[in-house]
Design a protein. Sequence first.
Length: 127
Amino acid sequence: MRTFKTTIVASVFSTGLLLSALAQAHPKLLSSTPAEGTEGAAPGTIELHFSENLVTQFSGAKLVMTEMPGMAHAPMPMKAKVSGASDPKTMLITPASPLPAGTYKVEWRAVSSDTHPITGNVTFKVK
């Protein structure tokens, strides 16, 4: 009988720890396209891949040009559409027009089912 009670207590404790860990989970940025710090051609779409499904109505991003050859003042917001993808863990940022040469920062906000917003940014250069 004592073993049975010990097993039940251990099971309840383990379940509590698991649920606690799940409740504290937050989306993490796993990767982006273009990748952080890379330089290349202007992307038609910027992809952010997260560790959890996003709640799209509370998640979002801004695209900002931070440097441009001959640019005296920065940063400059760029028009872009932000949307979800067929994969609920992916956020898409589609610039309204082709990006000219310069340095860009995507400032993102991700919210998953735990409803806690996580923010971050990704920087890349366009040749």
